[in-house]
Write a protein that binds this ligand. Structure first.
Ligand code: BGC
Length: 371
């Protein structure tokens, strides 16, 4: 994609409520309690949280619980209405419409499709509901805020780490890399890819083939990688750029089922639990840790401010593909290898040692000093 809204009679009220509840259910928008939007009491605001897919670990394990906890911490009477689009832009539109009908005061929207989601922003605007673009940029002139990471830097960290790993293994210049990028409907994926190419293109290593994974689906990444392994020969694949841990896991599974015992360096992103365990056991070379807590907490904090009618300003601005300038906060990503698992995800309590070091990973943990 390119870079880049007195009940007149008891009977009527009951009917409306029934329709609203029904709409919420059929679209998977999970209503909490609290009063409706449109100028009601901000201390009882409903805040909509829309996340893009269910194939990536972070949304259920980090974003949703962290966001909800911060909303509750700052505003005990507020409630979060949650929906996941399951990789379907039209489902996300319906979920957003259902939330607007339920009277949310703010939408925090991580779009499945950054261009298509502009119509959600437009519909929200018509109801005076501000939209915070969460993690992925929406190509709309009507956004109220964008909170994310420096996403081109994510790609640079991945590409640089891959090149470094290949050089450290003395892999000769001219050897091949395959690239498993993110979803073509995700502006972040475009930026990750651009950042990675910056590091890889002049490295002397050659990109043999690359793939934009529809919906970031790990199963599709795995199928594509299996096809490349048969086509190119496993020994020709000396390095793998995978845009996140889940798709990287798919590639690793394909390599293992093709009988590859010494895996090439594979990159990732999100510091997922499975990704961190693979790093410790030597199956995955690196991941990019994007501290989800500051991202989700900041989004919750912004949502509450907007619900109160404030208009918070960012530390910076971001340009959408359409040329609009959006108030933004962009956080810093960090590359993680065996060398700094302890000082990043363990130190920040993203995971406990017990969660990471299950019996299967106990020796990998002790070898890498995880305690
Ligand atoms: C996010 C990544 C995530 C990917 C797949 C990207 O927009 O920034 O953290 O792994 O989407 O959902």
């Amino acid at each position: 994609m390119k870079k880049a809204t007195t009940r007149a009679m008891l009977g009527v009220g009951a009917l409306l409520l029934a329709i609203t509840t029904l709409a919420g259910c059929s679209n998977g928008a999970d209503a909490g309690t609290g009063s409706g939007g449109g100028g009601g009491d901000a201390s009882k605001a409903k805040i909509g949280l829309l996340l893009p897919d269910s194939v990536t670990a972070r949304y259920a394990s980090a974003d949703r619980p962290l966001f909800t906890a911060e909303v509750k911490k700052q505003c005990s009477g507020c409630s979060v209405v949650y929906a996941n689009a399951d990789g379907d832009a039209s489902k996300q539109l319906q979920q957003a419409q259902s939330m607007l009908t339920q009277g949310v005061k703010v939408l925090v929207l991580d779009p499945f499709d950054g261009e298509a989601a502009a119509s959600i922003v437009q519909q929200a605007k018509a109801k005076k509901v501000p939209v915070i673009s969460y993690d992925r940029l929406i190509d709309s002139p009507d956004l109220s805020y964008y909170i994310s990471f420096d996403n081109e830097k994510v790609g640079e960290l991945q590409g640089e780490a891959l090149v470094k790993a290949l050089k450290a293994k003395n892999v000769p210049s001219g050897s091949g890399i395959i690239m498993v990028n993110g979803s073509p409907t995700d502006n972040n994926a475009t930026q990750f890819k651009a950042g990675a190419h910056k590091a890889i293109d002049d490295s002397g290593y050659k990109v043999l083939a690359e793939y934009d994974t529809p919906g970031w689906d790990p199963a599709k990444a795995q199928d594509w990688a299996a096809g490349q392994i048969s086509k190119l020969g496993a020994d020709k694949i000396t390095g793998v750029y995978a845009a996140n841990d889940d798709t990287g896991g798919g590639v690793i599974a394909a390599l293992k089922s093709a009988g590859v015992s010494e895996l090439p360096p594979v990159t990732g992103q999100d510091a997922s639990l499975a990704g961190i365990q693979r790093i410790l056991s030597g199956e995955q070379y690196m991941t990019v840790y994007k501290a989800f807590k500051p991202e989700a907490s900041k989004a919750a904090d912004l949502a509450i401010q907007f619900a109160k009618g404030d208009t918070p300003k960012g530390d910076t601005t971001t340009k959408t593909a359409g040329g609009a300038s959006v108030q933004s906060t962009l956080l810093d990503p960090v590359a993680v290898t065996t060398a700094n698992v302890q000082d990043t995800v363990i130190k920040d309590e993203l995971y406990t040692v017990k969660q990471v070091c299950t019996s299967q990973y106990a020796s990998a943990c002790s070898k890498n000093g995880i305690e």
